[in-house]
Design a binder for this molecule. Structure first.
Ligand code: MN
Length: 288
């Protein structure tokens, strides 16, 4: 099953070229800024999705729907640093996720298909990182790698946008618009083996990144298990699983596209509207 959220907060099941509106059938009207899918996952009622008679529900052409991120404000966003060997080499990193552990991104950084990444600084490099996003479906605390996939609800393409400044990693990756996600979440049963999916990322029409998720250093199960030993994972939390080689600067006017085999194609723009010089950021002159 493929689940999307429209800009007017409807929860949609995507079937081929159609969107079936399951919002009313699941009682997910007026669920607030977290959106209907987060509300469904938090209530633990996602099994109700498979009990619906979709043929009875309102259907409209997908082309007529303006999609938002499937989880416009996830519970939390966990990131994986250096989880592909080729990215370790390009960044001249000495360590991998095994030594670094995971990091957090602000959950306010999510945008959806067709939105724009906004560059915060006019004179500081900002990079794309195309990644597989993992959506948690059940509360996970200290789970084993053997059991970890039971806690995964589904997967989505995600971009982990990153400023290459001296700021802390959690700052550099948490600017508003820095976590484009979508176009939808594919449930784990539909996605199949997510540890063997082709991932491709284009910037400005040119291919920058190409890998297969079998190249992950920490597999999806490793990531969920490890993270759950650090922090409780709640339904609706998202883990960005790390990026392969090929990160590089994005500039205003670029389209950034990440496609994962069977999971869809996420396409967002880049804008420099509101960008400031790095030296002009609040507090910049207060060198202790
Ligand atoms: Mn990343």
């Amino acid at each position: 099953m493929r689940l999307a959220t429209s800009q007017d907060s409807r929860l949609l099941v995507i079937e081929q070229e159609n969107a079936i509106d399951v919002t009313a059938a699941l009682g997910l009207e007026n669920t607030g800024s977290g959106g209907p899918l987060l509300a469904l996952l938090e209530s633990g009622a996602q099994h109700r999705l498979t009990q619906l008679d979709l043929s009875e529900l309102p259907l409209l052409p997908l082309a007529d729907v303006q999609l938002a991120a499937p989880l416009p404000r996830p519970g939390k966003i966990v990131g994986a640093p250096v989880n592909y060997l080729d990215h370790k080499i390009e960044m001249s990193e000495q360590k991998t996720i095994a030594e670094y552990g995971v990091f957090l991104k602000a959950n306010s950084s999510v945008i959806g298909p067709g939105d724009d990444i906004r560059l915060p600084y006019s004179d500081m490099r900002t990079d794309q990182e195309g990644e597989l996003g993992i959506v948690i479906g059940r509360t996970a605390r200290n789970v084993s790698a053997a059991d970890a996939l039971d806690y995964v609800f589904g997967y989505s393409p995600i971009l982990d946008i990153t400023v290459r400044s001296t700021e802390d990693r959690s700052t550099r990756k948490s600017f508003d618009t820095f976590s484009p996600m979508g176009p939808w979440i594919t449930t784990a049963d539909t996605a199949g083996n997510a540890d063997a999916l082709d991932l491709t990322c284009w910037v400005g029409g040119e291919e920058r990144q190409r890998t297969n998720t079998r190249e992950l250093i920490f597999s999806i199960a490793d990531l969920v298990a490890y993270t759950s030993h650090v922090m409780t994972l709640h339904p609706g939390d998202v883990i960005a699983s790390g990026t392969p080689a090929g990160v590089g600067p994005i500039v205003a006017g670029h389209r950034v596209v990440v496609e994962i085999e069977g999971l869809g194609r996420l396409d967002v723009g880049v804008s420099d509207e509101g960008a400031i010089r790095y030296a002009d950021r609040p507090g910049a002159t207060r060198n202790a």
